[in-house]
Ligand binder design. Structure first.
Ligand SMILES: Cc1cc2nc3c(=O)[nH]c(=O)nc-3n(C[C@H](O)[C@H](O)[C@H](O)COP(=O)(O)O)c2cc1C
Length: 182
């Protein structure tokens, strides 16, 4: 699939078929994550592929009832949990190299978008989920202190298309030469 087609066509999918994802397809998606860019090629991401229905339903309990992606956690055959190792991205000899500190959110964000676009190009749906109790997920999955959970996504075949939320116009966020100051 052409890249622009993938960028334009990808939508957040919140309804899934229970059909399994072939292992080969899953591996293609993981391979794409492997190729994502990162700070000094530090690759701080760690990916937990959850297929066990019991663990998936435990993970669903950490989302607030109001989260529109709630039902997708149990419906989709896979939930991907994206973690980042702390103190790696943006660090040089143990010291933060910029005022931004840890760049793990940035690098895992790129990894997640790479995952979502690749999944879409292979006919699969995703929705980035950030609104949940991160500490509880770390407990459920046994994530060690040197890493943190950033976001999750269900992965599976879409049962319904996603709506297309409106985007800002270019003039609202593209500035030339200087920031307009407001
Ligand atoms: C960092 C991040 C966190 C998000 N968290 C949630 C979430 O907790 N629940 C949810 O239903 N959607 C979540 N979304 C999906 C957004 O609502 C969605 O990307 C946005 O509305 C644009 O729609 P689109 O993905 O179909 O283009 C999240 C997206 C991002 C990038």
């Amino acid at each position: 699939m052409d890249l622009t087609e993938a960028i334009k066509g990808r939508r957040s999918i919140r309804k899934y078929k229970p059909d399994p994802v072939p292992e080969e397809t899953l591996q293609k998606i993981m391979e794409a994550v492997r190729l994502a860019p990162s700070w000094a090629n530090t690759q701080c991401w760690e990916v937990i592929v959850v297929k066990d229905p019991k663990i998936k339903s435990e993970l669903a309990t950490v989302l607030p009832k109001t989260n529109p992606a709630l039902s997708s956690m149990a419906d989709a055959p896979i939930v991907i949990v994206l973690c980042g190792k702390k103190g790696v991205s943006g660090f040089k000899k143990g010291e933060a190299a910029t005022v931004k500190g840890d760049w793990l959110m940035f690098d895992t964000g790129i990894a997640m978008q790479t995952l979502c676009l690749t999944a879409y190009s292979l006919g699969l749906g995703t929705v980035v989920i950030g609104m949940f109790d991160h500490k509880k997920v770390e407990e459920i999955l046994g994530v060690p202190q040197n890493a943190e959970v950033v976001a999750m996504t269900p992965l599976g075949y879409p049962a319904a298309e996603g709506a297309t939320p409106k985007r800002k116009e270019l003039a609202e966020f593209v500035f030339y030469d200087k920031h307009p100051g407001k």
